[in-house]
Design a binder for this molecule. Structure first.
Ligand code: MG
Length: 177
């Protein structure tokens, strides 16, 4: 694939922001022409300490499936976490995905039979999820982290993200769905 040159603003600014993962409806995705999703787990679907999906998560995936929207879990967390979380969901799941690198996303898209025109990334971090999406020209759907870690490293990452959240709000008129 030919590597395009993108601006830092494009790479890190969300295309859309939502309150929660399940504010992203099948109808909204269909309106964008999205047929496949690459979905982060930690702090997007569930906090770190929640090992398995709850009813809300299970229902949302059922609603996606009912609309014919494919989904894969793309996580930078390790296999035991991802496998246990996916046990009842039965999705294609990719631990240690190496986001923001493209490799695992491309493998997952290939498996789902989707392409850069009809695939979106859902996640909570601009430096991994939004960047991973935009490296491939995919749409980045971003939710605020469910329960952020309070370590200095995480605080630093959030500080780095701030200007891009601001840019999003400025573009969209503060419109978080
Ligand atoms: Mg995350």
């Amino acid at each position: 694939m030919k590597k395009k040159k993108y601006s830092l603003t494009y790479l890190l600014t969300p295309d859309y922001m939502f309150e929660k993962f399940d504010s992203i409806t099948p109808a909204f995705l269909t309106s964008l022409g999205i047929k496949a999703l690459l979905i982060d787990i930690d702090n997007t679907l569930a906090p770190y300490e929640q090992p398995e999906p709850d009813e809300r998560i299970i229902n949302w995936f059922a609603a996606l499936r009912a609309e014919g929207i494919s989904a894969s879990l793309i996580s930078n967390n390790h296999p035991p976490r991802v496998e246990l979380f996916n046990r009842s969901l039965g999705l294609d799941a990719y631990p240690d995905s190496g986001k923001p690198k493209s490799r695992t996303l491309l493998i997952a898209m290939d498996k789902m039979g989707s392409n850069t025109e009809n695939t979106a990334v859902i996640g909570d971090q601009l430096l991994t999820d939004a960047l991973a999406a935009h490296n491939l020209g995919l749409i980045a759907l971003i939710v605020p982290p469910i329960k952020d870690k309070t370590t200095l490293f995480f605080k630093f990452k959030r500080w780095l993200e701030k200007p891009y959240i601001k840019k999003y709000r400025k573009q969209k008129g503060d419109n978080i769905k």
